[in-house]
Design a protein around this ligand. Structure first.
Ligand SMILES: NC(=O)c1ccc[n+]([C@@H]2O[C@H](COP(=O)([O-])OP(=O)(O)OC[C@H]3O[C@@H](n4cnc5c(N)ncnc54)[C@H](OP(=O)(O)O)[C@@H]3O)[C@@H](O)[C@H]2O)c1
Length: 275
């Protein structure tokens, strides 16, 4: 599946904030869409004007106007704003269009309730490394979304990283793991860098060593397809240094703490819409 799947489709990004802008940049850089085929909206007219001048996209003051005639509609407002935007556009969206929502914790069933027709809806959960085209996005189809709709939606996120298709019941877990995950890993990197400073390394060098180690280790898991435990065993020489380090990690409960972090963030994702 390549980003070519978008062909000459038009895209409306409703709520082009940080994530919306990043996705537009990824699509334009990948040559998957032409700037002239993208329309953006935002809460403030200045935001729309800035995006138009920075990216060459079209701006609109109205979510409804941007939606009419767009092949793909990307809903990228905050979860609490989803209902009011759907109230504006829900009567106009047609089954020939595709509505893709990236709003955390907003279900496709909730979205579909606000639509008059049988519109294909896709829920997507990306993470911030989409900024560097190293994102991880999970996508789930709603009631009326078929394979081809899902592939078109996936092609948006493939322009900025990897994708996986999942049943929607897993989306809060995705939020707790890969969407919140960069924050956990930054803490790991910060702690490793701090440790490097403790054992005498300059801070910038320690940070670089830590970050590249995380990047390389992730790539090893993805590219070799090996179980992480096997890769860990390969680094762990009998009576060597690494096993002493691992014993400290186990003693400190790193493994259980990370599991608890994901479980707690998953629970919070379920509550988000009500808060
Ligand atoms: N950031 C992430 O890593 C990430 C990851 C996964 C999912 N998400 C989801 O993506 C969504 C956006 O997150 P974000 O970080 O990009 O937030 P954000 O930067 O605050 O973007 C939200 C945008 O919505 C605009 N907006 C507000 N009210 C609007 C309305 N009535 N009509 C049209 N646009 C409106 C805002 O305009 P102004 O700028 O003019 O105020 C802003 O540009 C959220 O639902 C979040 O759950 C984010």
């Amino acid at each position: 599946m390549s980003t070519q799947a978008l062909d000459d489709r038009s895209l409306a990004v409703l709520g082009a904030g940080r994530l919306g802008e990043t996705l537009i940049r990824g699509l334009l850089d990948a040559g998957a869409l032409q700037a002239g085929r993208v329309t953006v909206t935002a809460g403030h007219p200045e935001r729309v004007a800035k995006l138009s001048s920075d990216l060459g996209v079209r701006g609109s003051a109205s979510n409804l106007e941007a939606t009419i005639g767009a092949d793909l509609v990307l809903l990228a407002v905050k979860p609490q704003q989803v209902a009011s935007v759907l109230a504006e556009i829900g009567g106009e969206l047609k089954p020939s269009q595709i509505l893709i929502s990236v709003a955390a914790s907003v279900s496709t069933a909730f979205i579909e309730k606000h639509l008059e027709q049988a519109v294909p809806v896709i829920r997507a959960m990306p993470n911030t490394p989409v900024l560097l085209k190293k994102g991880m996005t999970a996508v789930s189809p709603g009631t009326h979304a078929r394979f081809n709709h899902l592939e078109i939606a996936r092609s948006i996120f493939l322009s900025v990283g990897r994708t996986v298709t999942l049943d929607e019941k897993h989306m809060d877990a995705v939020t707790g793991l890969s969407a919140s995950g960069p924050a956990y890993i930054y803490i790991v990197i910060e702690a490793l860098a701090e440790a490097g400073v403790k054992v005498g390394l300059p801070r910038d060098v320690a940070t670089q060593l830590a970050a590249q180690t995380v990047l390389g280790s992730g790539a090893m898991v993805l590219e070799t397809g090996e179980h992480p435990a096997k890769l860990k065993d390969l680094v762990t020489t009998p009576a060597g240094c690494t096993i002493d380090g691992i014993l400290e990690l186990e003693d400190g409960g790193l493994r259980v703490t990370l599991i608890k972090a994901v479980v707690r963030a998953t629970q919070r994702a379920r509550e988000l819409l009500e808060s």
